[in-house]
Ligand binder design. Sequence first.
Ligand SMILES: [Zn+2]
Length: 292
Amino acid sequence: MSRLGLLIFSLFLLAACGPRELESDAAFECSNCERWNMPQEPFRILGNTWFVGTAGLTALLIETDDGLILIDGALPQSAALIDSNIRKLGFDPLNIKAILLSHAHFDHAGGLNALQRLSGSAVYTSPDGAKVLKSGLLQEDDPQFLYGTENTSFPGVDKVTGIATGELVTIGGVDVRAVHTPGHTPGGVSWTWESCALGTCYDVVYADSLTAVSAEGYRFIDGPAANQIIESAGAISELDCDILLSPHPFFFGMQDKLEKRDAGNPFINNVACMIYAETALDWLEQRLVSER
Ligand SMILES: [Zn+2]
């Protein structure tokens, strides 16, 4: 081998064996993006479940006996914050064994490409969500499709598997169950698992967005989305649910709860899922009234 060849080979080896670091994708620009992407100190919600997202977008980490599960990746520019939050807690992002997605919009799926490339992890969502997540392009049946590709597309993700409702993703003894909850998007998924602390176990529900939000020109009343939201709200209200979490921290009152941490664990609330479902139905009703 020539000297140059040896140098190139050595550089290749160094790149392949050195510590892998996150390579961020280009930042997504939107009116709320800067506010949503404000940093948030990571914290333990309860037991195996940690918040590693930003001030306005949820990303969750579940610790298991055999690696980590990451749920959602926020914006492309959030990936670096999520990576650093995971490290701050003493975990290694390279130890992520499964990535789960709630719904394939840029503000929850945008950071997953970089986080998947870093960890090499398998990615799971619904079959409809998988189509969008792989391509990074919304399908025509998404209520936000009419915003246009330039305003909605995000970096597509490798190694995505679409799973059925009721199916489990099991890592290191932790079962995370997919519950399809379409309506906000055709492929929306809520996820539920058990988290234990001080000998008591709790059912955690990561309820997907159920808001009837669309681009101009879309009517919920015309398509399947209105009925889907009604059915998905019903499904969420019927889940065993001690702790409600959702893709926007605002929806589960995160900041408010963080301020009340001295008095027990404010995240435990076994009527929160029912209230979440009722609120979604109220918003849908208002939307349908405005469409009529
Ligand atoms: Zn969305």
